[in-house]
Write a protein that binds this ligand. Structure first.
Ligand code: AMP
Length: 249
């Protein structure tokens, strides 16, 4: 059974992003880039399924600039068997990525696609859902537990008020939540091994996909600075402030 794991190269989660002075976007020049944290969880889950003997091949895929190769090497150091880079300098939006992934699903015929629930740069939370719709596959988002069998997968999701478990027939699309697993540390020997693994590069044109942006960003600006907090003497003073100053009750 093949598993496809899309991994996105994003600004590292420890970096405090700076908005460009012309308000057109976020400055990513000379900024540390890493694999999207939810995608690390997705790779870890796929590798664990392989280690359990349920999966035979884990394929990592990244769409974007040539440097996404580094992200793919990290995925292979965690344990992915090979990787595909869909290389383009065009700024990719979720619909374009979903179309590229759909083309790869048609080509590779994986039984499972495990994505992150969202990318921490655009916070879109759309690609997995769009892929499931385009490929006409069942989907389970925000997985906190994945139990795979030969022809189906049970996915537990944390929802308001408890846990929901969905049974999906394969092939299927899953997106990962934070508590699914804790990704392993990547060891030096595995980084060295990953350098020798197969990494193929294709272009969106090779997959017959038009990746032109459909959405236009009008403006990106810093959030308003938060004021300092104040201590209130008692509950009555708090209620008075909430009513008359904050005007929230
Ligand atoms: P988003 O819909 O942008 O929040 O992204 C959700 C998930 O889709 C991510 O966690 C990745 O698994 C996948 N994804 C999004 N963009 C890309 C990309 N450029 N390359 C590979 N995977 C991506």
């Amino acid at each position: 059974m093949k598993v496809l794991v899309p991994v996105k190269r994003v600004v590292d989660y420890n970096v405090k992003v700076r908005v460009k002075s012309d308000n057109t976007g976020v400055d990513i020049a000379n900024v540390k880039m890493s694999m999207n944290p939810f995608d690390e969880i997705a790779v870890e889950e796929a590798v664990r399924l392989k280690e359990k003997g349920l999966v035979t091949e884990v394929i990592a895929v990244s769409c974007g600039v040539a440097q996404c190769q580094e992200t793919l090497r990290t995925a292979m150091a965690i344990g992915a068997d090979r990787a595909i880079l869909v290389e383009t300098d065009v700024e990719l939006q979720p619909l374009a990525v979903a179309k590229l992934l759909k083309a790869l699903v048609d080509k590779e015929q994986p039984q499972l696609v495990i994505l992150g629930k969202q990318a921490i740069d655009d916070d879109a939370n759309q690609t997995g859902q769009m892929l499931a719709a385009l490929a006409d596959l069942p989907q389970a988002t925000n997985a906190s537990k994945v139990e795979l069998a030969a022809d189906k997968v049970n996915v537990t999701r944390e929802i308001d008020g408890g846990l929901e478990t969905l049974a999906l027939s394969l092939p299927a699309v899953i997106t990962t939540d934070l508590r699914l697993n804790e990704p392993r540390y990547v060891t030096l020997p595995n980084i060295m091994k990953a350098k020798k693994k197969q990494l193929d590069t294709v272009k969106p044109e090779d997959l017959g996909v038009d990746v032109a942006p459909r959405l236009k960003t009008l403006k990106v600006s810093e959030p308003a600075k938060r004021g300092a907090g104040v201590k209130v003497a008692d509950v009555a003073a708090l209620v008075e402030k909430l009513k008359n100053e904050a005007k929230v009750i």
